[in-house]
Design a binder for this molecule. Structure first.
Ligand code: CMC
Length: 431
């Protein structure tokens, strides 16, 4: 098999090296092309561009395969927990008992925010969306720790502490954002609760009245976190890597990830799916009208929770979530009409040539919102739950870039299409 690629430009042939990944993914290394030929490559939306070599997550979008550090998502969903999977994603191997204990202890130790951060929460208006609060507060957290502000890649031994702090505190900040936006008193984390139970406690307990932690509810939310833990170079993770490449600190990089995640084409899609289903329900449509609108490019509508840049097959996470959705709703004895509409929409879309030809299948967001509704998570918190789940992936990508000896600042190029040389005209001479 050839290990080089030849490219002919302006009558000259350039030989470029190729890279083959451990799962036989192939790439042409063009990093030197401009230096030798004057050409860059142009790839709008980075659809065909590998921005890094990574050892964290493998996706085969044609086959519908997702693995964290080589382990299939189906096995992790069945046998692991979010905290254990986070360790796997961040450190590259499943933890033994001592490692897991140490990691959990760090998460418990660092779950509290600096008390003065409460005043920042007070500054946000009632009803403010929790995503900007989350992003702002993750970034602000670094102001409360001068060591973190001054932390740089040279002090790598402190990474474990900062990683645990971020993973633990994102859950506290997320719950406080919700409580603040609903004008509710803040509930502090409890040392005796595990990761996901603690989040539910901070979200839903009241002073002197603890929220009942039903095991099926805790497990369902833990599963949602786990299924979101990483997804290779998606928009938010690529953002985290981009910011990290300037050697910005871990919290600043993660805060940027939250902003990138917020949009309805990415982590905001779970909120958009439920809003779409609610609208269909309100209009008494069985989904047919919405599907027709989603196919019409002029309608400005899309079938939210459908389609993916990488998956051209059923998203494996959506399969797991769909099953979990049925189980949770039945365990909680909830009959949600939105689930029926969603199943009807899915069946109709999967028969429709528009979706079939474009290989548009349900993605992770199509059913996750229905589970979260059943758990009592308000719709504006859906992307926040996604952000908590994605945190181990962002941290792992940060760690990877930090540990890469030849790491360079990310700096894509462009092809300039604006005016050519022009000159300044004084205002009185302008028409
Ligand atoms: N409804 C209707 N048409 C669609 C949809 C959809 N949901 N998704 C893609 N298409 C069409 C699109 O109009 C285009 O048609 P044509 O070739 O005729 O111009 C074709 O399918 C290819 O779409 P694209 O926009 O070029 O695909 P992309 O890879 O740039 O975008 C996507 C991927 C996920 C942004 C897009 O499928 C989408 O907008 N889906 C709805 C939002 C959504 O569910 N996002 C969550 C993604 S999963 C969670 C995550 O990882 O972020």
């Amino acid at each position: 098999m050839s290990t080089t690629a030849n490219i002919e430009l302006d009558g000259k042939t350039y030989t470029l090296p190729t890279v083959v990944g451990t799962e036989q993914e192939k790439a042409i290394d063009i990093s030197n092309l401009r230096a030798v030929s004057g050409y860059i490559t142009l790839d709008d939306g980075y659809g065909n561009t590998g921005s890094c070599q990574s050892k964290i997550t493998f996706i085969d979008g044609d086959q519908g395969i997702l693995r964290y550090r080589g382990i299939p998502i189906e096995e992790l969903a069945e046998k692991s927990t979010f905290v254990e999977t986070s360790y796997l994603v961040i450190y590259g191997h499943l933890p033994n008992r001592t490692e897991l204990r140490g990691f959990s202890d760090l998460l418990t130790k660092y779950q509290y925010l600096h008390e003065d951060m409460r005043f920042h929460f007070q500054g946000f208006p009632a009803g403010g969306h929790p995503m900007p609060i989350l992003s702002a507060m993750i970034n602000a957290a670094s102001c409360f720790d001068t060591d973190l502000m001054n932390w740089h890649w040279g002090k790598r031994h402190e990474f474990d502490v900062y990683a645990a702090r971020l993973l633990s505190q994102v859950r506290t900040i997320a719950a406080f954002s919700y409580r603040k936006s609903h004008g509710l008193p803040l509930i502090y984390p409890k040392k005796s609760y595990k990761y996901t139970a603690n989040f539910l406690h901070m979200m839903f307990s009241m002073p002197y009245e603890d929220f009942e932690l039903r095991p099926e509810v805790v497990r369902a939310l833990d599963l949602i976190f786990l299924l979101h833990a990483d997804h290779e170079q998606n928009c938010s993770t690529a953002t985290v890597r981009l910011v990290a490449s300037s050697q910005a600190n871990l919290f600043a990089s993660a805060s940027a990830g939250v902003c990138a995640l917020w949009g309805p084409l990415h982590g905001g899609a779970n909120q958009a799916v439920v809003e779409m289903l609610e609208q269909i329900h309100k209009e008494g449509d069985d989904g047919s009208k919405f599907i027709a609108a989603a196919k019409d490019k002029n309608s400005g509508r899309r079938l939210m929770g459908f389609g993916h840049r990488i998956y051209k097959n059923y998203d494996p996470r959506a399969k797991i979530i769909k099953r979990a959705c049925d189980q949770v709703l039945s365990a909680l004895n909830i009959n949600d009409p939105l689930l029926e509409i969603a199943k009807h929409l899915e069946a109709a879309a999967l028969r429709d040539s528009y979706f079939v030809e474009r290989k548009l299948y349900p993605n992770v967001d199509f059913y996750s919102g229905i589970i979260m509704r059943a758990l009592g998570v308000p719709v504006e918190m859906f992307p926040v739950v996604f952000a908590i789940g994605r945190m181990p992936g962002w941290i792992a990508n940060y760690k990877e870039i930090m540990e890469e000896p030849k790491s360079r600042i990310y700096r894509p190029r462009q092809v300039y299409m604006g005016p050519t040389l022009n000159h300044f005209v004084p205002i009185e001479e302008r028409v």
